[in-house]
Design a protein around this ligand. Structure first.
Ligand SMILES: Nc1ncnc2c1ncn2[C@@H]1O[C@H](COP(=O)(O)OP(=O)(O)O)[C@@H](O)[C@H]1O
Ligand SMILES: [Mg+2]
Length: 436
């Protein structure tokens, strides 16, 4: 469909859609949109094409997509003030200021960061972007905290190439605040060593309830940003951060969320992750990794003593009447028993083994329990090489079979995620941290 816009208007395009500029020159969140360029807008994302002049656009809009024209720009004027405030801070400190963005979901945090990034790189500056929104990661795979140095304008942060990622392994920081914040600090440490004019940190939209308040309070306290940007949907909703941390964080800038913000449902967010998992699983195939040549993180597995063919395993089999044990591992605080098939009467067997194996957490699983666990594949320093999906563990031959595009030689560690995902990138359900 041919769309002709009037001068000084914004064409708002909600995905799924694709647009090509046929005539004129526009900007999308501060980045130039040139004649002949085609952009794909996935479902759950939206772009705003602004131009002072009339534009001719070829637009293909999917069933759930949307096209709307607005007078003027949808970029609030105070977004430009923020760009100036960041540059001023850089001059004052003579180093890249760390800027932390906090706001509820759908308050335009990611779009604002995209806009600032575009404005700065257009001036020939490099910008460090940390994406700590593990549920809706744009930089790096879902469940990770990603870093990228931006040198070119982008229409979306998903176009940035992740340079350094930390695997958290869950789409929500619930129960893993410390892991989430530690990961963020590690990525920030790396970001600070890069040559950039500013480090912009995107975060999850979890700001309410005691958990959200706790997370954002502690995150701000640990990072101690040079500028804290609070984005409010409803006025005063983030006053608590200002009250509590106002004397620690020297510069707090409070702004309103822009009017034109798309709300995304839980399903749309999940579908977004599916596409994202797929993107990081392109060219993946099952790789065989020697169990004894790597370490396992966020798991008991591989961190105890293999007692499969010993007297202990025999006693366990007899005392708790467990047949078909394919693997058994013992640590000071746990016993992990893997059986060929699922077994019945598990609670009773676990109680019996608690007596025999004293004070140990007893974990009994069939081999199939390991299927489809999302894993992070890391080097010796825990830098994420890529994600993978655990296909199975061959306990007889001590081989871990993982669906990934990462070559097995470079994998030094396997970090267990807390979610199951199939090879098509569809989430199958959460699992408790440290299950295995
Ligand atoms: N200033 C704006 N003009 C037009 N659209 C916007 C603007 N800010 C945000 N949006 C749209 O609203 C949606 C949600 O914004 P996003 O930045 O992803 O929010 P958050 O990161 O806070 O969840 C996005 O699809 C984005 O394109
Ligand atoms: Mg976001």
């Amino acid at each position: 469909m041919l769309v002709e816009t009037k001068p000084n208007t914004t064409l708002y395009v909600e995905g799924p859609a694709s647009v090509e500029l046929l005539e004129g020159h526009g900007t999308i969140f501060g980045a130039d949109f040139e004649k002949g360029q085609r952009i794909i807008v996935p479902e759950g994302k939206a772009i705003a094409i602004y131009s002072e002049n009339a534009l001719k656009i070829d637009a293909k809009i999917g069933d759930k997509g949307l096209l709307q024209e607005f007078e003027g720009t949808t970029i609030p004027p105070y977004w430009d003030n923020l760009v100036e405030a960041i540059k001023a801070k850089q001059k004052e400190l003579n180093r890249a200021p760390v800027v932390l963005f906090i706001g509820d979901v759908d308050t335009g945090k990611t779009t604002l960061i995209t806009y600032i990034l575009n404005k700065l790189v257009k001036q020939g500056l490099k910008v460090g972007i940390i994406d700590a929104d593990i549920g809706q990661s744009d930089v790096g795979p879902p469940t990770t905290i990603g870093y990228s140095t931006a040198t070119h304008t982008v229409f979306s942060l998903t176009n940035l190439k992740p340079e350094r990622c930390f695997f958290v392994g869950t789409t929500s920081p619930v129960g893993l605040f410390h892991r989430h914040i530690t990961g963020l600090l590690k990525v920030l440490e790396y970001a600070k060593m890069q040559d950039t004019c500013a480090i912009l940190i995107d975060t999850t939209g979890w700001v309410h309830t005691s958990f959200g308040r706790e997370l954002k309070t502690i995150k701000t306290l640990t990072i101690n940003p040079d500028i804290l940007v609070l984005i409010e949907k409803n006025s005063h909703e983030l006053d608590f951060l200002e009250k509590v941390l106002g004397s620690i964080v020297k510069k707090i800038i409070k702004i309103k969320a822009p009017q034109r913000v798309t709300r995304r449902s839980r399903e749309v967010r999940r579908d977004f992750r599916t596409r994202h998992y797929r993107r990081y699983l392109v060219n993946a195939e099952i790789k065989d990794i020697d169990m004894n040549s790597i370490f396992f993180g966020y798991a008991y597995l591989g961190n105890g003593e293999d007692v499969t063919n010993t007297e202990i395993a025999q006693i366990v089999a007899e005392e708790a009447k467990i047949s078909g044990i394919s693997y058994m591992e013992l640590g000071p605080d746990f016993a992990l028993i893997v059986t060929k098939k699922s077994i019945v009467g598990l609670d009773q067997k676990i109680r019996r083994l608690q007596e025999v194996l004293e004070n140990r957490e007893i974990k009994i699983f069939p081999e199939s329990a390991f299927h489809n666990i999302l894993v992070g594949l890391v080097d010796d320093d825990w830098n994420l090489l890529g994600i993978g999906i655990l296909h199975k563990i061959d306990f007889t031959n001590k081989k871990v079979k993982i669906f990934t595009h990462i070559p097995q030689e470079v994998i030094k560690g396997i970090l267990f995620g807390s979610i199951k995902v199939n090879q098509d990138g569809e989430e199958l359900g959460k699992i408790r941290h440290w299950t295995f």
